[in-house]
Ligand binder design. Structure first.
Ligand code: ADP
Length: 602
């Protein structure tokens, strides 16, 4: 290059030249040095920029001061170096239809300069690489000569700078040097801002991905989740159109389930496409992503009448290895998606897969739970109805048997009496079982209502005792402290609980003994009830489970005593509803003490 310069531009000192010529050379040298100053001014301004648009703006206002010519454009390659976009820097260029258009990387003279990495003067009539849409258009506007220089950094070519003039042979070697120097400067600045942009974009994208991922994992409603995913992706990344399809394996179709962006009015929710058909259908079937940065060259692209899509990126959404959907992004720009977009959307579709998996699991659990609750309610209703309907006929049976027991000659017949007593006894047990079952059903379905009032403890104890059948083997006693005379509670429920404890005390003391009911002042606001017996007692390892439903002590002794294991559970529920506690203390073989607390009534 230096040699070339020496032959074209020789120093005037070495030459014997006529005065006129010397003067014009000096003027030319002065002009050149002025342009060098302009160049360094432009370079300084470019050094201060942080964006590509700023560089373009500086060139649009300053480039005319550097090189004469009606046309100038900065033709920039894309990141993958496959295409370049023309950016006009002068008025003439701005009005031409190739401005902002994308061309193949080897198109026209720009392509030539890029491929050969060389500056070139061109007579437009004799281009080595003529392109009708570029050079052809320039020629129509009267451009006769061109000067092109590749934009080179030390390692790379990022585009070309193109100048055009309506004068033939308008550009010369000094222009080429200036343009080359400027080109080098622009290329370095572009690389710098691209790196900055890239870092910035990545940072923003990482933030957005995090943000979106957080939002996706926080919702378990599948439909809402997909709709908000499409919206978040489209709005945050400013994509033209984002759709999410689910895969319907049975129908062998993909179904549109969420949509956000410019095509929303055209593609309705529920729109279906065959698996394998179009880009989305293909991705749905084969589970591999497709980046089509120029859909016209992709044979799988399914053109839709209203679409002006030029780029499409379709990514499978997987749960494990199964393709459950497709995340599809479209854009009207050519080459809209770079590596970062692919990476970001890949990550998001992964997140979507996980979120869909969670939501599906949640829905399944919710559905099962709903069914279980329905079944449970049906069971409760059934048990409730049955046990309720048992009690009326049982009462009639008991009543009839009791009346017969009083009638002659049945009353004096030993056999009749014995049989009728068995009928009364068994009917009473069945009736108690029905009563307990009904109480359980009511407790579990939340239908057991309590009517709290001030309850006289002595009345309560007497009522409960009066309802228990004692045999001659048992001796009953009760004792109520003076300052434990009133409690707050539901009288009939408390009577039921106390009656159950007293009846157990009798039942589980088959050899007889003392049954003591005592009520004492327990604390500032509590009263303690105790029901003590001298019966069979309860082994310590079995005490904890006794308050559970259907739980009985496992022993031969207890097996001989009839029971359902429901009474203590009901007692605990009643005491709990009164804000009290119930527990048992026992010595196997010596007896048991069932104790519970209630709130004082004064
Ligand atoms: P049921 O008496 O109908 O079996 P409960 O729920 O009233 O049901 O009692 C559960 C179990 O606790 C009884 O089966 C029995 O094993 C034990 N139990 C209850 N009260 C006593 C008691 N006073 N002495 C010994 N064991 C008792």
């Amino acid at each position: 290059m230096v040699q070339e310069m020496a032959s074209d531009w020789q120093s005037p000192q070495n030459l014997e030249l006529p005065k006129e010529e010397l003067r014009s050379l000096l003027l030319e040298a002065q002009g050149f040095s002025k342009k060098i100053n302009t160049l360094s001014e432009i370079s300084l301004k470019i050094d201060d920029t942080v964006s590509r648009d700023e560089i373009l703006e500086i060139l649009r206002t300053e480039i005319g001061k550097l090189i004469d010519g009606e046309f100038c454009s900065l033709n920039l390659l894309n990141a993958s170096r496959s295409h370049f976009t023309i950016n006009a820097l002068t008025q003439m260029g701005a009005a031409m239809n190739f401005n902002h258009q994308v061309f193949n990387a080897n198109a026209g003279m720009t392509g030539w300069a890029i491929q050969n990495q060389t500056s070139i003067f061109v007579d437009i009539a004799m281009c080595p690489s003529f392109n009708a849409s570029i050079e052809g258009n320039l020629r129509e506007k009267g451009i006769k000569s061109l000067l092109l220089t590749p934009l080179r950094t030390s390692s790379d070519v990022v585009g070309a700078l193109c100048f055009g003039s309506t004068l033939p042979d308008a550009f010369h070697t000094p222009d080429k040097w200036l343009v080359q120097l400027l080109g080098f400067h622009i290329a370095s600045a572009l690389r710098r801002v691209a790196m900055f942009d890239n870092a910035q974009k990545r940072l923003t994208q990482i933030e957005l991905v995090n943000n979106i991922a957080g939002k996706l994992t926080s919702t378990l409603d599948l439909e809402k989740l997909l709709i908000s995913a499409a919206e978040l992706i489209q709005k945050n990344f400013n994509y033209f159109d984002v759709t999410i399809f689910s895969v319907d394996k049975e129908a062998q179709e993909v179904v549109l389930v969420a949509h956000s962006g410019s095509y929303v009015d055209f593609l309705p929710h529920g729109y279906r496409q065959k698996l394998g058909q179009g880009l989305v259908g293909w991705v749905g079937q084969y589970g591999e992503k497709v980046t089509a940065n120029d859909v016209s060259t992709n044979p799988r692209y399914l053109a839709v009448a209203y679409h002006n899509t030029n780029s499409e990126l379709a990514i499978p959404i997987k749960v494990g290895s199964e393709v459950v959907g497709v995340l599809n992004v479209e854009d009207t720009k050519l080459y809209a998606f770079d590596e970062t977009d692919v990476l970001v959307l890949d990550t998001l579709s992964d997140q979507l897969g996980t979120a869909i998996h969670n939501a599906t699991l949640y829905n399944e659990v919710k559905e099962t739970n709903k069914k279980l609750l329905e079944l449970d309610k049906l069971k409760s209703d059934f048990v409730g109805i049955v046990s309720h309907d048992f009690r009326t006929p049982l009462s009639s049976v008991m009543l009839a048997a009791k009346s017969l027991l009083k009638k002659e000659p049945i009353a004096s017949d030993r056999h009749f009496r014995e049989y009728l007593n068995i009928i009364v006894d068994q009917a009473a047990k069945l009736s108690q079982l029905a009563e307990d079952t009904l109480t359980i059903t009511k407790v579990e379905s939340g239908q057991l209502s309590y009517y709290f009032k001030l309850v006289n403890v002595e009345t309560l104890v007497k009522e409960a005792i009066s309802m228990v059948k004692f045999s001659g083997k048992h001796k009953l006693d009760y004792d109520i402290e003076l300052d434990a005379s009133f409690v707050k509670g539901d009288q009939s429920k408390l009577r039921q609980a106390l009656q159950n404890l007293v009846s157990n005390a009798v039942k589980y003391s088959p050899k007889g003994g003392k049954v003591d009911v005592s009520v004492v002042n327990y604390s500032d606001d509590e009263i303690l009830f105790s029901v003590c017996d001298e019966g069979i007692g309860i082994p310590s390892e079995q005490r904890d489970k006794l308050f559970q439903k259907f739980s009985r002590v496992e022993s031969a002794e207890v097996n001989n005593i009839k029971g359902s294991g429901l009474g203590l559970w009901i007692c605990r529920e009643i005491i709990k509803a009164h804000g009290g506690r119930i527990w048992v203390e026992s010595e196997p073989g010596l007896g048991s003490k069932f104790k519970f607390t209630l709130k004082k009534g004064n």
